[in-house]
Write a protein that binds this ligand. Structure first.
Ligand SMILES: C[S@@+](CC[C@H](N)C(=O)[O-])C[C@H]1O[C@@H](n2cnc3c(N)ncnc32)[C@H](O)[C@@H]1O
Length: 241
């Protein structure tokens, strides 16, 4: 991907905020607990989007501040979670004071950050001994039709999550994987595909062609209750010195 394509795709979420909120999966509670610990703390949810991870953090009792550069995504988050402090900002320039949070989380977002700038910023706002927690839902390709679905997108979607690279003051990365699933009807599956960043930036005729292929697949494999998409939720955590 060129730098221009990367920037275009990183900024594409605002155009699909509603469909993102309707169709993207949340995160399993055991994964959230593994990332943040058992007791309520102050958490920065970075790249919070419409608040898919934020709502699990709130439900776990944490005091959460949400940050995202996309105003349309934040607008959805504020509707869903009116009590949450939601601020415009980016990983490279955080609107928070030094050493004011215990955990920084990023759900499906860390790959959009510029690590050379973002990691020192995250270290700045974390208290000593605080934690960085990163999480990605990745489809479980061991189910035949799921493999077929994502194969339609060639190599746009990575089929693995490599351990993120962190540098001091962050300590070694620990990794854990959890199972998760999402039930979707036809509109839900089409919307899920439409909200992928590489589909969102396509010209209308190409986007319509992708959506039509996904619709035909749904009609072939769905039961009257829809489809169940299995995920593997890959989690990473690292403690700041
Ligand atoms: C795939 S969405 C994930 C949203 C949410 N965390 C979730 O789990 O559904 C990625 C989010 O990262 C945000 N983002 C993109 N570049 C960013 C950056 N440099 N710093 C912080 N957030 C960024 C986008 O605006 C988008 O809301």
């Amino acid at each position: 991907m060129t730098t221009d394509e990367f920037r275009l795709r990183a900024a594409s979420f605002g155009g699909v905020a509603d469909v993102y909120e309707r169709t993207r999966p949340g995160y399993p509670d055991d994964a959230v607990r593994w990332l943040t610990g058992d007791r309520p703390v102050r958490v920065l949810d970075l790249g919070a989007g419409t608040g898919k991870l934020t709502r699990s953090l709130v439900a776990a009792g944490h005091d959460v501040v949400a940050v995202d550069p996309s105003e349309p995504m934040l607008a959805r988050l504020r509707t869903v979670l009116p009590g949450v402090d939601a601020r415009a900002g980016s990983a490279e320039r955080l609107p928070l004071d030094d050493a004011t949070v215990d955990v920084v989380t990023a759900g499906q977002a860390y790959h959009w950050f510029e690590p050379a700038t973002a990691l020192p910023e995250i270290a700045r706002v974390l208290r000593p001994g605080g934690r960085l927690g990163l999480v990605w839902n990745l489809r479980d390709d061991s189910v035949g039709w799921v493999d077929e679905l994502w194969s339609m997108f060639g190599d746009h979607e990575s089929r693995r999550v490599d351990d993120p690279q962190v540098v001091p003051p962050f300590g070694p990365i620990e990794r854990q994987t959890f199972r998760h699933e999402q039930r979707l009807d036809r509109d839900g599956l089409l919307g899920l595909v439409a909200s992928r960043s590489y589909v969102a930036v396509l010209a209308a005729p190409e986007r319509d062609a992708v959506i039509a292929r996904v619709g035909a697949l749904y009609d072939r494999v769905a039961s009257p209750d829809g489809v169940v998409l299995p995920y593997l939720t890959h989690c990473f955590r690292s403690t700041r010195d």
